[in-house]
Design a protein around this ligand. Structure first.
Ligand code: RIB
Ligand code: CA
Length: 316
């Protein structure tokens, strides 16, 4: 990579729970950012699976980015004392529908929090791209309160300014660990939020799957298989063969911010509501009495240009 190009690339650490859209976000980030490392968290699947999946995706795209595994359960255990997963959507193991070789390398460490703290002391202007439950990020903030000041910010795929997916009002990443999300949203760090109200504007189609297959690179064939699997699951779940590309939006918010329109908003995390636990409560009042903003909430994306970035990132 030429030095000029390197200078334009934002430095990022991806905290993720691969997961089909996480896998696409990892590929996209490597095409447009300097990825200092990947930290994994329990979410779409158990931690062992999300970690293996991250290592396998990196091997597929010939990247040796270090992977550090992190939290295996949310800050506050679920009623039955275990983490919650989304294998009904992503399949058992978190990457249903694709065959990936078992990774030949293992994690650089099993201390994601220490990596987050150490890497952001060694590098300035690092964006944390958080595309799974926020457990690792919250633990880092709790362990070192100066973390929020020395990073460039946290670009979150999570929450929603409208409806939920895990529940009527809660999006999965927030719902899987609301206490962690509360720590992050109260941290004072610069926050960008790509919620479901935004990510549902970036959806894949069967025509796109065909386009990727015709491109016929190993990465395009892999991503086509990801989308094909998700289309089948979405057809069962919502009756439509379309899948929202949630996690790549949080990458694009950093690498191509000109493609996203955001507004400063006050956002709080509901922790106690019988029907609303895990909801991102966004102050949308039109009066001047809005609460002080703590988040840049994304409201629209140039979906055509964003999808072109995804397609181009797997061309070779
Ligand atoms: O609600 C969408 C989010 O939940 C995405 O990050 C997806 O990977 C799942 O983790
Ligand atoms: Ca994810």
């Amino acid at each position: 990579m030429d030095q000029r190009n390197q200078q334009r690339r934002p430095k990022v650490i991806i905290d993720c729970d691969p997961g089909h859209d996480d896998a696409v976000a990892i590929i996209l980030a490597h095409a447009h950012a300097e990825v200092l490392g990947i930290t994994t968290v329990s979410g779409n699947a158990p931690l062992l699976s999300t970690t293996q999946n991250a290592l396998s995706v990196l091997e597929l795209i010939d990247e040796d980015t270090p992977v550090h595994s992190g939290a295996a359960a949310p800050l506050k255990g679920w009623e039955k004392g275990e983490a919650i997963h989304a294998e009904g959507v992503h399949g058992v193991g978190g990457l249903g529908g694709v065959e990936l070789d078992a990774p030949s390398r293992s994690v650089a460490s099993s201390d994601a929090v220490q990596f987050l703290l150490t890497a952001t002391r060694a590098h300035t202007d690092v964006w944390i791209v958080a595309i799974g439950p926020l457990t690792n990020v919250a633990l880092a903030l709790q362990k070192d309160p100066t973390f929020s000041e020395r990073i460039a910010g946290i670009s979150i795929m999570g929450g929603s300014a409208t409806v939920g997916n895990a529940t009527r009002v809660a999006e999965f990443n927030i719902w899987a660990d609301p206490e962690a999300a509360d720590v992050v949203f109260r941290s004072g760090a610069r926050l960008k939020m790509c919620g479901l109200n935004l990510t549902h504007q970036l959806t894949t189609t069967d025509e796109l799957v065909e386009q990727l297959r015709e491109m016929n690179s190993k990465n395009s064939i892999f991503v086509a298989a990801l989308f094909e699997f998700m289309h089948g699951r979405m057809e069962e779940l919502i009756g439509r063969r379309r899948s929202a590309l949630h996690d790549p939006c949080a990458v694009i918010a950093i690498t191509h911010p000109e493609l996203i329109v955001s507004e400063a908003r006050a956002v709080a995390i509901e922790l106690d509501g019988t029907h609303t636990r895990g909801m991102t409560v966004v102050d949308e009042r039109v009066t001047r009495r809005r609460d002080p903003a703590n988040v840049e909430v994304a409201y629209s994306i140039d979906a055509d240009r964003a999808m072109s970035l995804v397609v181009e990132s797997v061309r070779n």
